[in-house]
Ligand binder design. Structure first.
Ligand code: UD1
Ligand code: PEP
Length: 434
């Protein structure tokens, strides 16, 4: 297990480029299974989760070629169905959340999918009902092998239908869309998730010949087609990385420019940081964060205490709440952080409390943060990263702290942040990987 050693207290200065969006790429790579033709994908980040999925595709028999630093082509002329039954395949699926999105395209194109319970962050219950019910609605049969812990999904033919999802699940919606594009007739999905990740997936599928309307809304209408063809797709910048860099700049009182962020796809994210008092300037498609000695959390118009809570898109993504929480520890004022979707994502605050932060963990979903207004720095500490976003939040805390910190289990950070120490050291951080 690798660790980061972080010398705190160094200000950052300069430009940083966000990587391609992890959660978009996971959908896009799975979608390449929907055609026998070549699909070229640009701006693929070099991170663990994505590399593992690409490797899994290779092992499934997909022809994968690296065409440039961040460009790959995928051609799924055929798939090795016997590999899908192997223990190796099932073991690999279970360490990768994105693998669940193999189901939709596999059932739609090859009539069969096998998958073990997918992995990903241990941040609370992560049920898969929406995926399974949705694909069942299209006519697929589900079988759960309790002994091996695997699901087998089969369908001779999928048929379009109307469905109202029980929740706007991101990967669930992606899975159902990918199954429905090749189903017979019309599928209507209401309460669909509509994150930019999904908008990008739908746009790519339409370029491949799919007929999806309602993109960016929670009501999608999909007219099934017989086959799809190849295309080229460019992944958006990772909005979670953009938010992480905004938080990092504020917390370390640094001036940075985050380049080419695709402002139009950031939704409520910039405004949510502004509510914590952080100044941001949109400069073309860049975000400029000026160095601020202090940032003051707003109150609501009626004077009540600010609450930052997650919600399905276009609400605030839950993936940035850990970063916002850590940033609030040095703000002026108080805020309630309410993590509604996941029940184990706030437990890392005990480490921040050890570092000197003033936080009351009210229950697994809610934490009140009382900011220090930079009058009192956090102290360096020994930390372990429990999940990807707590990991980056801890890195931000350590970068702003007095003294040296060590973060172990940084594989969790590597899952989602490409070459993070090199990129941050280039703008003034002092992070060593050991
Ligand atoms: C690979 C990937 O893309 N991962 C993202 C994806 O995970 P993932 O697609 O797994 O998450 P879901 O959208 O299914 O939702 C996560 C959890 O939140 C709960 N829930 C969901 C929707 C809702 O309206 N109400 C509600 O309470 C569910 O019970 C669920 O267990 O979306 C999550 C929610 O944005 C993000 O944190 C993950 O980074
Ligand atoms: C929770 C996340 O990832 P995953 O869904 O892969 O666990 C995340 O990206 O914040």
């Amino acid at each position: 297990m690798a660790s980061f050693v972080i010398e705190g207290g160094h200000r950052l200065h300069g430009e940083i480029h966000p990587q391609g969006a992890k959660n978009e790429v996971l959908q896009i790579v799975c979608a390449t299974l929907l055609t026998g033709e070549e699909v070229t994908v640009n701006n693929i980040p070099d991170i663990l989760d994505v590399n593992n999925l690409i490797q899994l595709m290779r092992e499934m028999g997909v022809k994968v070629a690296k065409k440039g630093i961040s460009t790959y082509s995928f051609q799924a002329a055929s798939v090795d169905m016997t590999y899908l039954e192997s223990d190796e395949f099932l073991r690999k699926c279970s360490s990768l959340r994105g693998s669940v999105m193999l189901i939709g395209p596999m059932v739609a194109r090859f009539g069969r999918a096998l998958i073990s319970k997918p992995g990903g962050d241990k941040i609370g219950r992560r049920r898969l009902d929406t995926h399974f019910l949705g694909i069942q609605n299209l006519g697929a049969d589900f079988d759960y092998d309790e002994e091996r812990g695997i699901y087998e999904i089969t369908a001779d033919e999928l048929h379009g239908t109307y469905m109202l999802l029980d929740e706007a699940s991101v990967t669930g919606t992606a899975n159902i869309i990918m199954a429905a594009v090749l189903a017979k007739g019309r599928t209507t999905i209401y309460n669909a998730a509509c994150e930019p990740y999904l908008q990008q997936l739908c746009k790519m599928l339409n370029r491949m010949g799919a007929r999806i309307s309602g993109i960016a809304s929670n009501l999608l209408i999909i007219e099934g087609v017989e086959t799809l063809h190849g295309t080229e797709h460019t992944v958006l910048p990772d909005m979670i990385e953009v938010g992480s860099f905004i938080g990092m700049a504020a917390m370390t009182q640094s001036e940075i420019t985050i380049k080419n962020v695709s402002n139009e796809n950031l939704g409520i994210i910039p405004e949510s940081f502004r509510r914590l008092g952080i100044k941001l300037e949109q400069r073309g498609d860049d975000i400029f964060v000026p160095a601020q000695e202090s940032y003051e959390i707003e109150s609501f118009i009626d004077g009540s205490i600010m609450t930052i809570a997650d919600a399905p898109w276009p609400g605030l993504t839950p993936d940035l709440l850990s970063v916002m929480l850590v940033v609030a520890t040095q703000a002026k004022g108080s805020v309630l952080i309410h993590q509604k979707m996941f029940e184990s994502r706030l437990f890392f605050v005990d480490k921040l409390i050890d570092m000197g932060a003033q936080i009351i963990l009210c229950d697994p979903h809610r934490a009140v943060v009382i900011g220090h207004n930079h009058n009192f720095k956090l102290r360096g500490a020994r930390l372990t990263s429990p999940d990807i976003r707590a990991g980056i939040a801890m890195l931000i805390a350590a970068m702003s702290a007095e003294g040296t910190s060590t973060i172990s289990n940084i594989e969790q950070i590597d899952r989602g942040y490409q070459d993070i120490e090199r990129r941050l050291n280039a703008i003034g951080a002092r992070i060593t990987r050991i």
